[in-house]
Design a protein around this ligand. Structure first.
Ligand SMILES: [Zn+2]
Length: 428
């Protein structure tokens, strides 16, 4: 079974979440694995919301390959049928092709290949293809880590989560995701005194207060923090660019400008070096002739590893003063796995060896989150990859969660080779 065929079949099973229906995809993969006598189980906390667990080999060492089976809804504007799974001209087309049915297909294909070789593994390879990642993961990785952590406990895990490789000054940079920012969504509220709109000075306008608060948030200059992995990343990017600059919090923005990377990547890097606060919803006032006595806003706040809820509330208090009330509504800790570990070095070494002669691996932090947060929260070191063939078309990356999602087959083979070789080396 080839990885492109597995991916194509997975794409044809519509697992847009909601509603998900991942069990059908989990059963398809289990069927393939069981034919090769690989142990499988499907854990289904709610009807249709199954996650697949498969295991190969035995021993005290444990390696986990994680992916997710659900996809975001297709939406409109596609040039082809989103769930066709068509294989044509070296590509596989359809929703999930790069997020992340490709990784699921590569993981299963790797297990099949290892089983076929029949060389005994000195340890256990666990394949987890989960439900519900795109809606937060509570019915998938969240359920597994909360209810049967022993089934996925591993020395370390490979998951999705890194940006695709970047061609940069003659090098191809492969990223290994070692951390994810946390979320600290916060509601803010300004209170005032209402009165007739014809004599506004008799009241105290909450919308005006809120507009000052929003301006203060827009002008906020957050403290720049370089976690060691970000320091290494910026330093190496500077070196490859031929710049003699040692990154510090004081020159980070200047360095980002001099690196002259594409705009989206630059802004992603900027967001990896500081808290971000984005006022995204505002509600206030009820009628044109009434001075409003309350106005509410909702802030999307993302924090770095090392920052926490107290830090967020302190920053908001300094910016907004006591006149604006703040309440955290959704909080998720940032998560982090060190890059100073044997598994990280093994992943980096293997990637550089398999991907291209001019490949360089660098650690990165994500501005969003994946199922890796659940793994890290129960103590499993997790490393996110976004491996693509060195010659891939970068336009492919823009199709993630967008229209015309697709992948090239070469990238699929690189992922499969990487997973086969990592298991061989770690479990040898
Ligand atoms: Zn994903």
């Amino acid at each position: 079974m080839t990885p492109e065929k597995i991916l194509s079949e997975l794409i044809k099973i519509n697992t847009a979440n909601p509603p998900g229906n991942e069990t059908t995809a989990a059963r398809y993969l289990a069927g393939l694995l069981q034919q090769a006598s690989i142990d499988c189980e499907i854990i289904e906390p709610a009807a249709g919301r199954g996650s697949l667990l498969a295991r190969l080999g035995s021993g005290s060492k444990k390696l986990l390959y994680m992916s997710h089976l659900d996809v975001v809804p297709a939406g409109d504007g596609w040039d082809f049928e989103p769930f066709s799974g068509e294989i044509k001209d070296g590509m596989v087309y359809g929703r999930g092709a790069i997020d992340c049915k490709d990784l699921a297909a590569a993981g299963v294909c790797a297990a099949l290949q290892l089983a076929k070789e029949g060389i005994p593994l000195n340890g256990e390879l666990i394949i987890a293809a989960t439900a519900d990642e795109e809606q937060g993961g509570e019915l998938g990785a969240g359920y597994l880590t909360a209810n049967c952590p022993e089934k996925i406990q591993a020395d370390f895990a490979i998951n999705e989560g890194a940006p695709h490789p970047l061609s940069f000054n003659g090098k191809v940079i492969y990223f290994i995701q070692v951390g994810e920012k946390g979320t600290a969504w916060t509601n803010i509220k300004a209170r005032g005194v209402s009165c007739h709109g014809s004599t506004p000075a008799l009241g105290d306008n909450a919308v005006v207060k809120m507009s000052r608060a929003v301006t203060a948030l827009a002008d906020y200059q957050p403290e720049i923090v370089l976690v060691p992995e970000l320091f290494s990343l910026l330093k190496e990017l500077a070196r490859v660019r031929g710049l003699d600059i040692e990154p510090t919090p004081y020159n980070t923005d200047e360095l980002l400008e001099k690196l002259n990377l594409d705009h989206a990547f630059t802004e992603m890097l900027r967001a990896m070096t500081r808290i971000t606060i984005s006022p995204n919803i505002i509600r206030g006032g009820i009628k044109t002739n009434i001075v409003p006595d309350s106005c509410e806003g909702e802030l999307d706040i993302r924090i770095l590893p090392g920052q926490n809820a107290d830090y967020v509330l302190q920053e908001l208090f300094q910016l907004l003063g006591a006149g604006v009330e703040t309440a955290l509504t959704e909080y998720q800790e940032p998560t982090f796995t060190s890059s100073q570990t044997e598994p990280y070095w093994l992943i980096a070494e293997l990637t550089e060896e398999l991907a291209a002669p001019n490949a360089v691996c660098l650690p990165i932090i994500s501005t969003g989150s994946t199922d890796s947060k659940y793994l890290r929260n129960i103590g499993i070191p997790a490393y996110g990859i976004g491996h693509m063939d060195a010659g891939y078309d970068p336009d492919i990356s823009t199709t993630m969660h967008g229209c015309n999602e697709r992948t090239d087959i070469k990238s699929l083979y690189l992922k499969t080779r990487f997973l086969v070789e990592l298991a061989r080396r770690y479990l040898s």
